[in-house]
Design a protein around this ligand. Sequence first.
Ligand code: ST9
Ligand code: ZN
Ligand code: ZN
Length: 337
Amino acid sequence: MTETETRNPNHSNQQNGDAVVAETELSTRDDVFDDSYKAKEGPKPPMRLVWRNVILMILLHSGALYGLMLVPSTSALTLAWTALCFLLSALGITAGAHRLWSHKSYKASTPLRVFLALANSMAFQNDIYEWARDHRVHHKYSETDADPHNAVRGFFFAHIGWLLVRKHPEVIEKGQKLELSDLKADKIVMFQRKYYKLSVVLLCFLVPMLVPWYFWGESLWVGYFIPGLLRYALVLNATWLVNSAAHMWGNRPYDKNINPSENRFVAFSAIGEGFHNYHHTFPFDYATSEFGLKLNITTAFIDLMCYLGLAKDCKRVSREVILSRVQRTGDGSHKTR
Ligand code: ST9
Ligand code: ZN
Ligand code: ZN
């Protein structure tokens, strides 16, 4: 088995009627690791801080801490609404920008895509097009200069630091070569991109703040700081933990040659996205995990959408392929070994 085959194995087995990933499709996918990447020789470009982002992130996290202090005196209804806003915005990232638009791991009907695009704006993590483009470049050039949140540069950089500095030129150069025609052809993705700022003001800040005020008389102040800022900061940090903690700590049962790891704490806080060794090994699996629904609200949501007829063609990797990969490149921590 050559290294290329190890990195880009043939996962194209069919199981239980699930959709398959054809070999021909695998070779053209832009979310599969490219191990031919060579770092450019010469001095590293200087890090250029973006002070606007530094200040905004300090303000956001200060506001979120203040929101946390208000929690003990807040009504149960407002806290339940905050949890719902967390779940909706998280699904806009996990089921939407990540599993649907970055990895095409299942197909979604128009009503579901509209819902996911709205939920995605509520999460305010860049528009779907930009998120999916950066995420594909992350998978293809993981832990290199071309990875936007290259975890080799440390926990802080992978977590939040990458949003506080100009991108490494390699990220942009490699990103420009990616195949993004599917995103460009998706009218909902392009519509969300066009009206992104307006949709964020409405869905990330105004709706979370106004609903509790209008329906049960909550103060606008609490509505702004708890379902608004605190919830936004929690979803951001849960997401960033996948880039930082799950690229550093945990077992590597599927591929010991890569940094992404199985991290249960991250899986819990990121509603199913912490099984990161599995996910980087089999990026097109709609469950992002071998274990289906375990610690994986996002998979349960996609299953429900399939049951309702709003989603279909969920891609899965067969047990046989998983086990052979575990034998070949795993670190020995997989339960079957
Ligand atoms: C946020 C995103 O938080 C989080 C993403 C996390 C991903 C996690 C993945 C993990 C797996 C999934 C798990 C989900 C778990 C969810 C759990 C939920 C509970 N290719 O960007 P610029 C071009 S966002 C090709 O300005 P700078 C670009 O088009 C938070 N081209 O770069 C542009 O061209 P043009 C809110 C690229 O100047 C030009 O380059 N947002 C690429 O270096 C310049 O682009 C923020 O905090 C590419 N990859 O600035 C900050 N990239 O001029 C938002 C760029 O022609 N971002 N280009 O249009 C910024 O302010 C800036 O991007 C910057 C870099 C300062 C970071
Ligand atoms: Zn990753
Ligand atoms: Zn991914």
